[in-house]
Write a protein that binds this ligand. Sequence first.
Ligand code: GRF
Length: 201
Amino acid sequence: LKIAVLASGSGSNLQSIIDAVERGSLKADIRLVLCNRSDAYALERAKNAGIPTTTILHADYKSRETFDAAMIEQLQAADVDLVVLAGFMRILTPLFIQTFAGRIINIHPALLPSFKGAHGITDAVKYGVTLAGCTVHFVDEIMDNGAIIAQAVVPFTSEEPVEVVQNRVLKLEHRIYPQVLQWISTGRVTLNGRKVFVQDI
Ligand code: GRF
């Protein structure tokens, strides 16, 4: 499975994917790490692992469409099967989504369809839920809306600071994202409309 990972920040999910490939628990070829910020620590992680990187600064482009077109060009040149969003903080245009239809996945730090958007964990804690979690899903044209592939949950109590919950969810993300990638790389994930079927789990 040839993948590109798109990240804007720390890249701890990218690291979990790199580690899984190095351990041999994930058979994937990380062809490219693409960032929209030059200060993204994800770039360092990729360089340390010898993975090619590209930085495309969204601020250099007049519109979302031209920014996305530049990304599409790089991703097509890298010949990837799957686009993996890992903390990529830009909204993608229909052009991008259609170019890679059914071949983009994302991880969200909440149990979708609850708590969509950029503040999934703080919103969940504020709401007063007692289970936190994360969701891996296909990406469609609506933010955090695509078909769900996998979810995982962790409990927490109202006495625990939000940072503790954030950390706990992130650790869970690092387990399920490489796992889902391994399912995809072995051809076990099928998408049919909004229905996802995972074989043999
Ligand atoms: C994660 O919480 C992920 O769920 C969200 O953005 C964060 C990225 O963290 N989409 P990292 O850059 O992988 O450390």
